[in-house]
Ligand binder design. Sequence first.
Ligand code: NAD
Length: 423
Amino acid sequence: MESFYQDVLRRIKKASEIIKLPEQIEEVILNPQRIIQLSLTLKRDNGNIETYKAYRVQHNDAPGPFKGGIRFHADTDLDEVSALATLMSLKNSVVNLPYGGAKGGIGVDPRSLSEAELERLSREYVNAIHNVIGPRKDIPAPDVNTNGQIMAWMADQYSLLNNNYLPGVFTGKPMNFGGSFGRDIATSFGGIVVLEEFLKKEKKLIKKQNSEITIAIQGAGNAGANAARILSKKGYKIIAISDSKGGILNKNGLKIEAILDEYQEEKRKDSSVTITESGGEFQKITNKELLELTVDILIPAALENQINNENAKKIKTKIVLELANGPVTFDANEALFENKVTVLPGILANAGGVVGSYFEWVQNNSGDRWSKEDVLGKIETKMKEAFADLDLVKTKLKTDYHTAAFASSILKLQEAMKTRGRI
Ligand code: NAD
């Protein structure tokens, strides 16, 4: 199978061809501006020394400072981080943020570390990259297996190294260290705004009440669990949800609030707990089975490459809302398009997270604090505008949402580079 990065590059090439982008410009967009590879050493609590590979890839900063999350995962490597950094440049352009794109990661399973070890490794990462990040240079945020606490350690380390209070260098921070109301649910909230804008536009696609619209969600972390809670409050029927160890299914609808309350409470005590161990009425299913369920809406909210050549033809849904980054591969997207399945692309569908981060950064820069309603209202407006823009491009180019999103963001990136005289 093609790597995630090759997959992203193929999408850029396809979109570039459609908009007749000059080859030399395409070459600029295919290549990140800066790639940083690190070996971080960690002294374990028992005195052993371990080495972890770590990365920060800065793709393009023509529209503004680099921006993109940091992931802690055993499989994280340069290829994955480069793909995600490239997607960030495009995502920030799709939602018209004054940011370029970047991404970082450490090849570590954080569950194998104590809290003290996790803090040391997080601070070590900042020691290694502090010269190339900053509130006006590159602003990281949480991603898979990183959270507000890790952002707080990192922002504190950066502030210590600079002998200055600089919370605006990281977003997704806790509320008492420059965090913003609404940032925790921003990704899912924004995704659901996009989903509902699409449903409003395509009224005939699902002619049902919310309570009859069935949804399956892969992933029960920040993106997946918050999406499940918001959708359930809006009355939709969540019939399946999973984590890395497996999923649960109830065709009549899961009691999602109660299940997630228990799961998240248990997970705080023991990070190896799985959602399949929660109490409630359901049958256990695998992640593979979850993706192939007959549902109105499928929400991959875990990792990349989940819907691929092997299962694309078995996907039985009308809409795929990509809350994860790159869960549907290039080939799978083509196959789904042929089968009339709409894929709402991650570079728009999960951009609520970075939009929320942007508003956190604005508040950090101004010293202001806005209410949750204010922040969510601003995210909603941005997401609606971005969907409307994308819909126009899709109609104009007579293509799918994915290709249209890549095409329009590449054009915006080209304009930003032109304005600054870089090309
Ligand atoms: P998270 O670590 O909070 O949750 C990840 C979830 O995926 C967990 O439930 C985990 O058990 C599950 N998972 C991991 N490996 C899996 C596998 N092989 N099969 C099935 N499930 C698996 O991470 P998150 O922040 O929710 O991020 C999830 C996705 O959303 C990622 O692709 C991330 O890049 C993307 N995303 C997140 C944000 C954000 O603000 N958190 C923003 C934009 C995009």
